[in-house]
Design a protein around this ligand. Structure first.
Ligand code: PAF
Length: 298
């Protein structure tokens, strides 16, 4: 479904409310949703392209979700680039952009008290308390709650999430399974810049020097993946060796965690594990926290 075309680009319909979406939904056929917080980059574009292959219409949601940010995190400074996002969506042939105000997603918000008024939330369970969940308490509760709302509002048949946020992907998959949500979750591979840095909306925070330091994350993951034949201990040792050196560069890389986990449960694998795994890392470079991962087979 496409409203209009101007030269090569389609113009997405921009919706902001549940009512607008409800009116549009019957015209969209099989619908794929790419949930985003905007600041769209090549990684999002590849998710949109993947979505197109699985549906008649593609919707992109753009909503910086306050519920998933901790009190000292970057909610206020998170990049908001709506015009550029809309252009990217046009170029990618997106049919519908859903860009709700906070009041639509959190009807009981009280801005004067900075209270979202959200009483019922989705508990991510144990998978939501390790790794990202340990360092960002409440993050996955916020993600699952808003993803659930987005599914209920947009009513997609398919939703596409990036492998870049591997734990988020696993937690969303588990929610869909445990709550019997009628949505098929698909994953799109991580897109990297030519130097290896995984594309992320937060990369705009990095200075040139910080970006050079940040390359240690992908280098560590690739070193780990190259050592897959030597088993879990070898993978972790290879990755740790790279991160160990990165502590001494300027600015230094400060690691929150490096972990080799089962991709479905995010439980760390033991020494004789064989099969699919994810090597995941989170680290600070200056004021910017970055995450990255590689899937590998042990
Ligand atoms: O990955 C993101 O951009 C966000 O966590 C998501 C899935 C859009 C929920 O706010």
């Amino acid at each position: 479904m496409t409203e209009s075309t101007d030269s090569a680009h389609r113009t997405p319909v921009v919706t902001r409310t549940a009512e607008e979406l409800r009116a549009l939904r019957p015209k969209l056929g099989r619908l794929a949703l790419v949930p985003t917080m905007g600041a769209l980059h090549a990684g999002h574009r590849s998710l949109i392209a993947a979505a197109r292959e699985h549906a008649d219409s593609v919707a992109v949601s753009i909503f910086v979700n306050p519920l998933q940010f901790g009190p000292n995190e970057d909610y206020d400074r998170y990049p908001r680039t709506f015009d550029a996002d809309l252009l990217a969506c046009s170029e990618e042939g997106v049919d519908v952009v859903f860009a709700p105000p906070v009041e639509v997603m959190y009807p009981d918000v009280d801005r004067s008290r900075e209270d979202l008024g959200q009483i019922v939330t989705v508990d991510p369970g144990p998978m939501g308390r390790v790794l990202e969940g340990e360092f960002r308490p409440g993050f996955f509760r916020g993600v699952l709650t808003v993803v659930n709302k987005l599914f209920n509002l947009v009513r997609p048949d398919v939703a596409v999430f990036g492998q870049k946020d591997a734990q988020q992907l696993a937690v969303v998959r588990r929610m869909v399974r445990d709550l019997c949500l009628p949505v098929t979750v698909l994953a799109g591979p991580t897109v990297r810049d030519p130097d290896g840095l995984a594309t992320s909306s937060r990369n705009v925070y990095l200075s040139d020097q910080e970006r050079a330091s940040a390359l240690a994350l992908s280098r560590a993951l690739f070193a780990g993946a190259d050592a897959a034949a030597s088993g879990p201990a070898g993978v972790l040792a290879a990755a740790r060796a790279v991160l160990g050196e990165a502590v001494h560069v300027t600015p230094p890389v400060s690691v929150d965690y490096l972990a080799l986990v089962d991709p479905a449960t995010f439980v760390e694998v033991d020494g004789d594990y064989r099969g699919e795994a994810v090597l995941a890392v989170a680290a600070w470079v200056g004021e910017t926290r970055l995450i990255d991962n590689v899937p590998l087979t042990l």
